[in-house]
Design a protein around this ligand. Structure first.
Ligand code: LLP
Length: 430
């Protein structure tokens, strides 16, 4: 489910009128629905009920501590990729003992801090990293809990920038090397083998690749259970969401509605993997990011100018690629709707930002109702990889972030001001 709907012609997030909110806090602004995040989390939890499991939310999708605190309140685990994310999880009240630490380039400092905080495990991405973790653990006089990230060489059928489980990707350890790496790990004085992990990519919209990857992993997981008594198998994240509701059959339930042709839903996902995982008899870890927060957020932006050229009509808005880079970087589709419904027949328009790059667009040749200066638009499905990938490019202040729960709206990140843009910078003193 998601909690953005029109009431009397105005878009609401739960019980908050977004037109009114934008008046109060300005634009651009990210708005998140707490109810949607919690609903997605609880339903995933229920769908996995038949296996012992831990949901480790992939913090990179949206790392605002206000949002993390919602999941910490549900006793979720967290999948982190940096010392910075671990710091955020702790700030939000999350439990480090339920944190898995992924990423191909962990530094010594990050490894040491994660060990001091007592994380669940490192997902080891290379033999060099394993040696480094062992060395850092030795200096601290502890044993480092590890899983090896296996690259199962499965095609996730997703955008090439977010496909991670093919042999040509930089992630994980090749299938045929994995047992040798575990054997080496078992010999290391300061390593404790805890589990095994895989992740094949992101925005995967079919159940097939997940099933294929699990099938491929099962003999290995059984062998590792036998050899080292591993306690868990992490099947990664990557579950896709519906960005384009015109592809979905029912209108209101974007995340779950099933378009034709076996698209991914919570049910098809669970049905594809749970029966295969159950006989393992060990804990299953999942690392969803987008699935939990993607459709829980929108980016509110106000239309600055209409510009008509010989070739095109442009709606120039006050949000840019620095606020939401997904269309520019991955050619991603985001639905765009007027916050106050507008009558009139749709016309094709490019919705673009103010940044000095032709890649700074949210939609091209999109049929939208006739728009005018001052109109408020909502860029939908912006809860994942929106704010976290934003930057100060063009010296644009980062947008505000608001968390809604019922009729309450909390500022979970204040809009930046000019001083924030130069914080930490200084004039040379020579
Ligand atoms: N686990 C690992 C090891 C990952 O690398 C990722 C995402 C996840 C879990 C969570 O994946 P999710 O459930 O969110 O698909 N910026 C891109 C997505 C990058 C995903 C990177 N890894 C986008 O905006 O589409």
């Amino acid at each position: 489910m998601h909690s953005f709907e029109y009431r009397n012609g105005t878009l609401f997030c739960e019980d908050v009128d977004l037109a009114q909110l934008a008046q109060e806090v300005g634009t651009p602004t990210y708005v998140y629905s707490a109810a949607t995040v919690l609903d997605h989390y609880r339903r995933l939890d229920a769908a996995l009920a038949e296996v012992p499991h831990l949901i480790c939310y992939a913090v990179k999708a949206n790392s605002n501590i206000g949002l993390l605190s919602l999941l910490a309140g549900e006793h979720a685990g967290f999948d982190i990729v940096s010392g910075g994310e671990l710091f955020r999880v702790r700030k939000a009240g999350g439990n480090p003992a339920q944190c898995t630490f992924a990423g191909v380039g962990k530094t010594e400092g990050e490894i040491a801090e994660a060990l001091r905080q007592g994380i669940l495990a490192f997902n080891v991405e290379s033999e060099a990293e394993l040696a480094r973790i062992n060395a850092v653990a030795a200096t601290l006089g502890v044993r480092a809990p590890i899983s090896v990230r296996v690259n199962p060489d499965v095609d996730a059928h997703t955008h090439k920038y977010v496909s991670t489980g093919k042999s040509e990707n930089k992630f994980g350890i090749a299938f045929d090397r994995v047992l040798a790496v575990y054997a080496a790990a078992a010999q290391m004085s300061h390593i404790a083998i805890r589990g095994v992990q895989m992740h094949i990519g992101s925005q995967i919209t079919q159940a097939g690749p997940f099933a294929e990857a699990v099938d491929k992993m099962l003999p290995l997981v059984n062998a590792l259970k036998e050899l080292y008594g591993i306690a868990y198998f992490s099947i990664g994240g990557g579950m896709g969401i519906i960005y384009d509701t015109s592809l979905a059959s029912g209108a209101s339930d974007w995340w779950e509605t099933n378009a034709s042709g076996g698209r991914l839903t919570l049910e098809t996902y669970a049905a594809a993997v749970v029966p295969k995982l159950k006989p393992l008899g060990i804990k299953i870890v999942v690392e969803p990011g987008r699935f939990l927060v993607g459709n829980a957020g929108v980016l509110l932006t106000r239309l600055q100018y209409i510009k008509t050229t010989a070739a095109k009509k442009f709606a120039i808005v006050d949000a840019g690629m620095n606020d939401l880079i997904r269309p520019a970087l991955y050619q991603s589709f985001h639905e765009i709707v007027p916050v106050v419904e507008r009558p009139g027949s749709p016309e094709k328009v490019d919705v673009v930002g103010p940044v000095c790059e032709s890649g700074d667009f949210f939609a091209q040749d999109r049929a939208l109702p006739p728009l005018a200066e001052g109109d408020l638009l909502a860029v939908m499905s912006a809860g994942a990889y929106g704010a976290t990938m934003s930057s100060n490019y063009n010296s644009r202040a980062l947008p505000a972030e608001i968390l809604v729960s019922g009729d309450r709206a909390a500022t979970i990140r204040a809009r930046q001001g000019p001083e924030d843009l130069v914080r930490g910078e200084s004039l040379p003193q020579w």
